[in-house]
Design a protein around this ligand. Sequence first.
Ligand code: FES
Length: 350
Amino acid sequence: MSLIFNPLTNWFSKQFFHHSSMAGYLEPVIQLFKPSWRDGYYRAKVLSVTLIANKTVALELKTESRWPTHQAGQHIELTIDINGRLSTRVFTIASSPNQAMHEGVIRLVIKQQDAGLFTPFLSRLTVNAWVNISKPKGTFLLPQSNAVSLFAAGTGITPFIAMLHQALHEVAQPIHLFYYAKPNAHLLVAELESLSNRLPNFTFTLLSRSIDGDVVKKLPDCHNTHWMVCGPNDFHKTIRDYALMHQQSLSSEHFSLVDLHSTGDEKAHFQVDHGGIKFSADNQQPLLAQFQANNINVPYGCGMGICHQCQCVKKKGVVRDIRTGKLSDYGEELIQLCVSQVVSDVEFKA
Ligand code: FES
């Protein structure tokens, strides 16, 4: 029934209320009964915010019952209200699907960036505050067969922690974790020790580049296993390059997902997703012109950044303001298409 009813109400809403869905139009009313309810998102209640290491917080969230349980290794988009503006970031879930299924609880472990526009605000979240989360996403999952070597750096430990907790409930293959961090800065070590006591096939080594050298030294010993990598770009690139050279099977997840092309001098193309309609845009022309060139009708007026009629919700990705050269935040925000150029892949709400 909803297959017919939803498109019908959404069509009605677009025609008469200029809103992509009826639920979106009614959002302010629904929020009177359900705080932080937003069309297209799930709600979650903050259970705890704990500083677990220097500048690292663990955030426990109680998900609403309709949230689809994640698979270990998947991530979510977390949206919080920062001074009246919604901001979104992507984080991997650091707890097991089993806990989500039985207790409705998920945990995120997040490094707070000093000059960040999002993570410093997590400490201000209070218990029982509401946040929004997306459905679980991603395909970074533990393979069912084969021995596995896990390579983590910093907060790249989070998907592996979820996988290891889940392995307590399933038959697990031999797994060894190489975990890199600064000396004495490894996260969740007590949890790793407990997991290795309970999982007969799991072992781990804590390493620091300044003491143990580059990760590449460890790689020749792991050839007969499947590799999984999670960490910053340079860590990921070192292992990926070695794996390519040695035809080694590897799956990976890495930070700094936005590949910024910020100089603007050299022409580059990026993917734009406007509510599921995708096209390629360059970093030289205003986005409005490129929407029009691709026959995507969006409202506009002055074409020079004054009337705000071309405002559009950017869900993720980075754009540059042509007037000031300033780069946008990565997460969700309102931008003006006529004075913005892409500098990464970008997704817009239709
Ligand atoms: S069209 Fe007027 S601000 Fe963009």
